[in-house]
Write a protein that binds this ligand. Structure first.
Ligand code: AMP
Length: 282
């Protein structure tokens, strides 16, 4: 497994793979890998000849009061895990390499970013779409794989690819969970044992909402109120948002139809966690 630190070298490698007729996949990550990341890599590997993982904690997608400085890291462990799932190349640029002082271009998706995390994390998605564009231009993939755990990120990137005519296929992979249901996240490492117990209320509230739907409830406000009081009944929780929306436009809905997205962001102690599910007739 090759580790590449410069954009130039990465572009040259990818270009020669393309010339040799290889189909390239990319899995972008911010490291501190867990089974969720590894699942993305397995899917990417299945669909390609050469798998590139990027490892870059992107400063421009963090707000001033967010956890960029504390973001967990374990580069050696990550490289070992990447090797174990058959990653061919790791693209690991420095912040200076990705953002030279004179860079002044931002990629911005307009409407999809005005909902959910876009409201509580202003500028976050501009950071994401800009860095993902740069990662795409550096690694030249035919295919890129993202997790449905970050559902809004997946739809925003899919929109960007469509709007900018990027010739890259985007695949979304279902959320990988701990045995008790907690969605895997690098940020789970911030939780102390009591908070970890409380954090289960995210997944449980998704199940609660799904049950209400299947028992016949269609009113979004009723489901949201029930989810809200359930989450509030768990210690250390502070709700950022509970949203029922259209899964394609992310616009709020009043009445649940054939398919709706329930998305949550909840602070547990100091840790902001997100989770989501599609609610639909089965
Ligand atoms: P991150 O390192 O948190 O930026 O995540 C890198 C990629 O892994 C993103 O596409 C995430 O959506 C995806 N991901 C993170 N956690 C999970 C999970 N529990 N299940 C599936 N994909 C995930």
């Amino acid at each position: 497994m090759k580790v590449i630190e410069t954009i130039n070298q990465m572009q040259q490698k990818s270009e020669s793979l393309r010339t040799a007729g290889k189909f390239i996949s990319l899995v972008p990550t911010m490291g501190f890998l867990h089974e969720g990341h590894l699942e993305l890599m397995r899917v990417a590997k299945e669909h390609s000849d050469k798998l590139i993982m990027s490892l870059f904690v992107n400063p421009t997608q963090f707000g001033p009061s967010e956890d960029f400085e504390q973001y967990p890291a374990d580069t050696e462990g990550d490289l070992e895990k990447a090797r174990s799932v058959g990653v061919d190349m790791v693209f690991m640029p420095s912040v200076e390499e990705m953002y030279p002082e004179d860079s002044q271009t931002v990629v911005s998706v307009k409407r999809l970013t005005q909902h959910l995390c876009g409201l509580s994390r202003p500028g976050h998605f501009d950071g994401v779409t800009t860095v993902v564009s740069k990662l795409f231009n550096s690694t030249k993939p035919h295919l890129a794989v993202f997790g449905q755990k970050d559902y809004q990120q997946l739809v925003v990137i899919s929109r960007m690819v469509m709007d900018l005519n990027m010739d890259i296929k985007i695949i979304g992979v279902p959320t990988v969970r701990e045995p008790d249901g907690l969605a895997m996240s690098s940020r789970n490492s911030y939780l102390d044992p009591e908070e970890r117990k409380s954090a289960l209320c995210l997944k449980r509230s998704l199940e609660l909402a799904d049950k209400m739907f299947h028992d016949g409830t269609r009113e979004a406000s009723l489901i949201k109120e029930t989810v809200e009081s359930f989450i509030q009944s768990n210690p250390f929780t502070e709700i950022d948002y509970i949203t029922l929306c259209d899964p394609l436009t992310l616009e709020d809905i009043q009445t649940l139809g054939d398919e709706s997205l329930l998305a949550l962001a909840v602070r547990v102690g100091k840790t902001r966690l997100i989770d989501n599910c599609l609610i639909r007739k089965s």
